[in-house]
Design a protein around this ligand. Structure first.
Ligand code: PEP
Ligand code: MN
Length: 386
């Protein structure tokens, strides 16, 4: 029995829950898996580029897709499109191949089995999502006007955020609520990026809207209500921009990871997951922040995961404590709503922080981050000049 390892959120090593037996795989010793699952061809650590290319071309000759995945120590080649055909034996016989393993989860490319090392999403201003530093995305729920968004952008940047949030297209529970400024809102966000260097995350509501949002945004947000909108996920997978995928309000983690799989299956590996609370019987907060989802997702998937304490709690005074808790639980960052005048916000005022509260939140999470060997990402000016 030879345990495999994968880095957890703090880059410590941990065992993956499977062991190999001749011709079969066992999960915690109770579930037998045959070799007709989707496969991952793990190359020997000293396998040359030629041998890797040989494996890729053999897989393609077999009529399947091959995707090399470069790890710190070795390369693996993911096989998709094999429809469960039993081809492991043929691939195992190739030079440079260490072993062929089945991917045991319904989701494949998002799993740690597929890729051991953490995915780090790099944004054009140098922000790294999923690295050792936390990334803070902050701003109003909705873009309400040019001056308003510029003012918030300057404030959150000064406090250390590197990404500006703000909906131009809003998925409101009621059709009579403010629906967002649309294209004008996107233009205001672009102006804020020009002035501050902050990256923009904003939501695309439907497949036809993705290209327009992607033209202005640095990260395309898919909201909780749309987590299982498969045409939208597919379109986002082809948008050429990183995607922030929020967990649906009644979605299991498997459903969240399968939703992410839709995006990766289109060739977009830059996916950031977001825990934003799920529906529960409890009434004391808007949603129930599922903190355990953070370490669980980290062990199942290589994708970064951030937390949204604003939508999770729905109440301003609960946002800071839950932000602290999410950072302590290992979140790679936060997305937080901040407004200069929350009682008059056009959406989600009750959960929007006052600017001074956002400053307080940043001070506090820096302390928590350092306690677990992390930090809050450098400000965009420092990134730009460094
Ligand atoms: C939002 O970020 O403003 C939003 C609508 O979030 P969610 O999709 O998580 O409800
Ligand atoms: Mn909101």
């Amino acid at each position: 029995m030879r345990p495999r390892t994968a880095p957890d959120s703090n880059s410590r090593r941990m065992a993956l829950p499977w062991t190999r037996r001749r011709g079969a795989y066992r999960l915690y010793g109770c579930l037998s898996l045959n070799r007709t699952s989707p496969m991952l061809v793990v190359m020997k650590h000293d396998a040359s580029e030629e041998l890797i290319a040989e494996v890729v071309s053999t897989i393609k000759d077999m009529g399947y897709d091959a995707r090399p995945i470069r790890g710190g120590h070795r390369t693996a080649v993911g096989v998709t499109g094999n429809d469960g055909a039993d081809e492991a034996g043929r691939l195992e016989g190739l030079d440079g191949v260490l072993e062929v393993i089945p991917v045991t989860h319904a989701y494949k490319q998002v799993s740690r089995e597929w890729k051991e090392s953490d995915t780090v999403v790099t944004l054009p201003n140098g922000t790294l999502v999923g690295g050792s530093d936390l990334v803070i995305m902050a701003g109003p729920c909705a873009v309400e006007g040019e001056q308003e968004i510029l003012e918030m952008a300057h404030h959150v940047r000064e406090e250390g955020a590197t990404v500006l949030r703000g909906g131009a297209f809003k998925p409101r529970s009621s059709p009579y609520s403010f629906q967002g400024l649309g294209l004008e809102g996107l233009r205001f966000l672009a102006r804020a990026r020009e002035e501050t260097g902050l990256m923009i995350v904003t939501e695309a509501l439907d497949p036809d809207g993705v290209d327009l949002v992607a033209e202005y945004a640095d990260i395309v947000q898919i909201g909780a209500r749309n987590m299982q909108n498969y045409p939208l996920l597919r379109r986002a997978g082809r948008a050429g921009k990183p995607v922030l995928l929020k967990r649906g309000m009644s979605a299991t983690l498997e459903e969240l990871l399968l939703a992410a799989e839709y995006i990766l299956a289109e060739g977009n590996e830059d996916v950031i997951l977001c825990e934003r609370g799920v529906r529960s019987f409890a009434r004391h907060t808007r949603n129930l922040l599922d903190l355990a989802a953070i370490p669980v997702v980290k062990s199942l998937s290589h994708l970064p995961i951030i937390a949204d304490p604003s939508h999770a709690t729905g109440r301003r005074d609960k946002v800071i404590p839950m932000a602290r808790a999410a950072v302590a639980a290992g979140a790679d960052g936060l997305i937080v709503e901040v407004h200069q005048n929350p009682p008059h916000a056009k959406s989600d005022g009750a959960q929007s922080l006052y600017p001074e509260q956002f400053s307080e939140l940043m001070d506090q999470i820096r302390v928590i981050a350092r306690a677990i060997g992390r930090d809050v990402g450098a400000s965009v000016e420092a990134v730009a000049t460094g």
